[in-house]
Design a protein around this ligand. Structure first.
Ligand code: CMC
Length: 428
């Protein structure tokens, strides 16, 4: 059987044969389907990209029906158990696990870029005392483009590599400064004798002690959370990164856009929304009423449902286990009981079963972050640090892909046909 699709246009009776590759036809092959020679040609209509592959990628694989997530072929569960965030970052960016020498060099290259320019610090100082840390993060990432003007040389792989070091390295510093600013506390400069995660925790929480010593269980937990959040193929923010990056702007400007996409409550802002929802529910006893309200169309069960996963999000499973380890150190987050009750009732309820709505990554991660001492406003910031790796891997892959061009979707225009301008005195 040939790998082709035959289309008969009933308007003209004409028959077209389209090649099928990877269960996909090329949208441009449809353009030949016309009624008249001067027609534009057939397009597909796909709001929100529900069924459109916008790129070929070798980075992350998701099977939403089976609840599978793999980075470069490695199951997320194995990476969470055995790898580290920096090793996973290398894997996502380079395609293979690093050798010992590569890993050491990589760790060194990331570590030596942790400092930010004093003027960036001053810029962050300018934010209002109650500025949302995610707004500060987005603006500061964008501002980095004014400091690293070599970042515009996006066709140069060496330059790209340098910006990748800078961004992965500076994100924890900017995130921690945003947090300290919102707390009215002095900034803590990076300590390059610490690991990536420990240094981040030191910049967040060091007070007057000469050296900050984070709890190893919490370091490990944050490392695992970072692995789980590092990439998620063509999600809203990755698509923003690729789309903005396709104009060949520097990665700082593109990443400010990606981070802005992540800030939304339907994307990375969801774990913040989960905590607000749990606060609103208040007690375990109120859960059934809340579920009834959601089913009645009033609000959504935040942290539930996913565009791709129609099964339990594999990241949520790892996080649920991780929560127990963290709570042993920090004490149990009392909202866990409400969350567990919500999950139990929702997973048995016809409404959620029919729509295949399961807990996603955000359902439990916020509870851990809160138990570790993060205010809810920091949650999207915490998501952005590891996702930097995914954004950069997607950006790099896009720039290396000869088929990619500036992203420019089509539209179906249903507005007015041409009409003559009417002077104001004659308008109704
Ligand atoms: N609570 C209640 N009903 C829901 C929910 C929910 N969380 N999510 C989807 N539905 C219903 C929705 O009302 C619709 O029902 P009907 O067919 O009767 O109209 C049906 O399920 C399909 O929903 P949809 O909006 O067409 O699905 P989508 O693929 O466009 O949306 C989603 C995916 C993640 C935006 C959505 O499930 C949602 O809003 N979830 C809550 C927010 C959330 O947790 N987001 C984090 C996503 S995971 C982290 C990330 O990748 O960023």
């Amino acid at each position: 059987m040939p790998d082709t699709l035959t289309i008969i246009d009933n308007r003209t009776g004409k028959k077209y044969e389209m090649p099928i590759t990877h269960d996909t036809i090329r949208a441009m092959d449809l353009r030949q389907i016309k009624v008249k020679d001067d027609d534009f040609g057939m397009m597909t209509y796909d709001p929100a990209f529900m069924n459109t592959a916008s790129c070929i990628s070798k980075i992350t694989y998701i099977d939403g029906d089976k609840g599978i997530l793999r980075y470069r072929g490695y199951p997320i569960e194995q990476l969470a158990e055995k790898s580290s965030f920096l090793e996973t970052a290398w894997l996502l960016l380079h395609g293979e696990l690093p050798t010992k020498a590569e890993y050491e060099q990589w760790t060194h290259d990331i570590t030596i870029h942790t400092m930010i320019h004093e003027n960036i610090k001053k810029l962050m100082d300018g934010f209002h005392y109650d500025a949302h840390p995610m707004g500060m993060l987005i603006s500061t990432i964008g501002a980095l483009s004014t400091f690293y003007r070599d970042g515009r040389d996006v066709r140069n792989p060496e330059s790209r590599q340098k910006q990748i070091f800078r961004l992965i390295s500076k994100m924890p510093t900017i995130a921690a400064f945003a947090y300290r600013h919102s707390q009215g506390k002095p900034y803590v400069y990076p300590d390059n004798s610490l690991s990536y995660i420990s240094n981040f925790m030191s910049m967040l929480w060091k007070m007057t002690e000469p050296k900050y010593e984070p709890h190893p269980t919490l370091v490990k937990a944050l490392d695992i959370l970072f692995i789980l959040h590092a990439d998620h193929e063509q999600n809203c923010s990755a698509n923003a990164m690729r789309s903005i990056g396709s104009s060949e702007i520097d990665p700082y400007s593109a990443m400010a856009g990606a981070a802005a996409a992540l800030y939304g409550p339907l994307h990375g802002g969801a774990n913040e929304a989960v905590l607000h929802m749990l606060d609103e529910i208040g007690t375990k006893e109120n859960v059934p009423d809340f579920i009834t309200k959601v089913k009645g169309g009033s609000g959504r069960l935040m942290g539930f449902g996913h565009r791709v996963y129609k099964n339990y999000d594999p990241r949520a499973k790892v996080i649920k286990r991780l929560a127990d380890e963290v709570f042993e150190v920090t004490g149990r987050n009392p909202k866990l009981d409400i969350a567990l009750e919500l999950e139990k009732i929702a997973l048995e309820d016809e409404y959620f079963i029919k729509r295949k709505l399961y807990p996603n990554v955000d359902f439990y991660s916020g509870l851990i972050y809160q138990a570790m001492g993060f205010p809810v406003e920091m949650f999207a910031v915490l998501f952005s640090i590891p996702r930097t790796v995914g954004w950069l891997a997607q950006w790099n892959e896009m720039l290396n892909d000869n088929e990619q061009k500036i992203a420019r979707p089509r539209q179906i225009y249903l507005g007015h046909d041409t009409r003559d301008y009417v002077v104001m005195s004659k308008r109704g």
